[in-house]
Design a protein around this ligand. Structure first.
Ligand code: ZN
Length: 445
């Protein structure tokens, strides 16, 4: 993968270790859409990136939604008729249905069963379930545990509070040369699940570090928000400025070893969609492109018709299409250090395309300019194979007519964007190109 603008510094193995290490540290925390787990998560991320943490009071209206009471879970268990803890929140935070109301009662096995969820075809896995907007409680258990429960009276306890508090989210703005923004968003509301939430958090965090260390044309806004209510709340508080968002990417499920999946924005042909398609075509891991559908992650909110922002979603195996999804098997073994680093490389290459895409006019368009006499072949040297370097020069000269962008030229030629960008840099140094990129990106005021 070549992406000169954003090649990761230093040792790739060290980067893999660091990203995976972040997932390991975040894994034990019991997150939900509100509560101390999100704060603890954001505090850990602040060791790596200077996030601003926002607290929005319960009861705040966000379009058709209301910020819910804050949920804090202290402990939860089920004791069998002999008083043995057969289900224990301290062994897995998936055991409690997220946002369960507090309960402490005794009941028969029959009555208890209606509060238990299991996966009969994966008997050793614990499912993950939520009950955010219903006044309910429940436990998620391995089916083999459920099957082994004897008849009799059970004692259950969910020691939790649901009380006025806040919804917490993290935001990082990295200002660029213009106020036009690239939005990168991930969700931070799942408990001990690695691919579904922690992988996106790790890739977004390290992408922010990378982007922050480079000069850049765009401003970058990274959001670490609870799913749905978090993005809706953010949109409702930033409605006046969302028009600055030129490109956006939701990062989720980017740590499993499966191929890449890119889900297009609702617009379907936004520059982010073309940039992602281009990058995925030129990297080694198999990749699939999908059209937008109003189901999935926070792209649903960013792309809702009242905003229709150009936001796509980068994943590996799509949610709901791998058996580990929303179960205890989405664990530290399921996510791979190499997969995290590959996903970061793809996201960084997409950013490199957005940053580097320009429109030029060939200043010597009558016949081909003589490149040899200008020493241009020599300038192109340095590692690139000579034939493709020459092709890139010819393609850029031929299609720099003020109408085609470098991404258009890369797609049409089949050459990777980085080669085309490099050829354009060399031609520009030799005054053979003039930048006519439309003035759609004003200077920073
Ligand atoms: Zn999920």
């Amino acid at each position: 993968m070549s992406a000169c603008w954003l090649e990761a510094d230093g040792d790739p193995a060290a980067l893999e270790t660091a990203m995976y290490g972040l997932v390991e540290r975040l894994y034990p925390i019991c997150r939900s859409i509100t509560g101390p787990g999100v704060r603890e998560t954001l505090a850990m991320l602040r060791e790596l990136v200077p996030l601003e943490v926002h607290e929005v009071p319960s009861g705040t209206q966000a379009f058709d939604w209301t910020v819910p009471p804050e949920w804090t879970i202290h402990d939860a268990w089920i004791k069998d008729p002999q008083g043995r803890k057969v289900v224990d929140f301290r062994r897995s935070n998936l055991h409690v249905v997220s946002y369960s109301r507090p309960v402490h009662t005794r009941l028969s096995l029959g009555a208890l069963r209606s509060h238990l969820v299991s996966l009969p075809d994966r008997p050793s896995w614990i499912p993950y379930r939520t009950t955010y907007y219903d006044d309910a409680w429940g436990f998620c258990v391995a089916h083999e545990t459920l099957e082994a429960l004897p008849e009799g009276e059970y004692e259950v306890c969910i020691d939790a509070t649901l009380a006025p508090g806040h919804l917490t989210y993290g935001e990082l703005l990295l200002p660029g040369a213009t106020m036009d923004e690239v939005l990168v968003s991930c969700h931070v509301c799942h408990p001990s699940l690695c691919n579904d939430n922690l992988s996106g958090i790790a890739v977004a965090t390290y992408l922010a570090r990378l982007v922050g260390s480079r000069p850049r044309r765009y401003s970058y806004r990274f959001l670490f928000v609870p799913g749905t209510i978090g993005s809706i709340t953010w949109l409702s508080r930033n409605e006046a400025t969302v028009g600055r968002i030129r490109h956006g990417l939701v990062l989720t499920g980017v740590g499993d070893p499966g191929g890449f999946t890119y889900k297009r924005s609702r617009r379907g042909n936004a520059p982010i969609d073309r940039a992602a398609a281009h990058v995925l075509r030129h990297q080694e891991v198999p990749a699939t492109l999908r059209d937008f559908s109003p189901y999935g992650y926070d792209e649903r909110q960013y792309c809702s018709p009242g905003f229709d922002l150009p936001v796509g979603c980068l994943m590996r195996s799509p949610h709901g299409e791998y058996p580990e999804y929303h179960t205890s098997a989405d664990d530290l073994q399921f996510v791979r250090p190499r997969a995290l680093a590959e996903s970061l490389a793809v996201a960084a290459s997409i950013v490199a395309v957005l940053e580097g895409d320009r429109r030029y006019v060939n200043t010597s368009p009558k016949g081909e300019p003589r490149l040899g006499k200008r020493g241009i072949y020599r300038s192109m040297g340095g590692g690139l194979d000579t034939r493709s370097a020459e092709m890139a020069l010819l393609w850029v000269l031929s299609f720099s007519d003020g109408r085609h962008t470098l991404l258009d030229i890369a797609d049409r030629s089949g050459l990777p964007f980085a080669s085309v960008r490099r050829a354009a840099d060399v031609l520009r140094e030799h005054h053979l190109l003039r930048d006519v990129t439309a003035a759609d990106t004003g200077p920073r005021s």
